[in-house]
Ligand binder design. Structure first.
Ligand code: RB5
Length: 145
């Protein structure tokens, strides 16, 4: 699977860890940076990743300290459904019910083992469609941006 990843300094270590795990599992990772843990701003990385996920029609993973800033920024892009998750159940439901295309994680919130379980759950789960598609359509209908 082709997976887009990005972080800020607060999510850098977890990005590197997950990138290695994903590569070892046979996935093709597109790392949009940063390439070191020096302090940086998360919005440009969220924007770059959101645009790539939309263009490549693939899944993405965004990581900052809490995952909050990344999810807020990525969700500004029409077509992006970025889900901030803190456990495996949420990661699974984000795909199954919400058709999330970006998983947001907080390096200061979850450990590496849990993060990897969440990523695996996110990648192996498909959207259930049906009534959930109707609800996604309603989100678009009520979008006031
Ligand atoms: C950086 O200190 C931190 O604010 C950032 O990584 C993120 O948690 C923002 O939401």
């Amino acid at each position: 699977m082709h997976i887009v990843m990005a972080s800020d300094h607060g999510g850098f270590q977890l990005k590197e860890f997950l990138k290695n795990q994903l590569a070892a599992a046979g996935h093709e990772v597109e790392d949009l940076g940063p390439d070191c843990a020096r302090s940086c701003d998360y919005p440009p990385y969220a924007a770059k990743a959101a645009e790539r996920v939309l263009a490549a029609k693939c899944l993405g993973i965004l990581i900052c300290g809490t995952g909050l800033g990344m999810s807020i920024a990525a969700n500004r892009f029409a077509g992006v459904r970025a889900a901030l998750c803190t456990n495996e159940f949420m990661a699974r439901m984000a795909r199954e019910h919400n058709d999330a295309n970006i998983l947001c994680l907080g390096e200061r919130v979850v450990g590496q083992g849990l993060a990897w379980s969440m990523v695996q759950a996110f990648l192996e789960t498909s959207f259930a469609g049906d009534r959930h598609q109707r609800r996604l359509d309603l989100i678009e209908l009520f979008d006031r941006r």
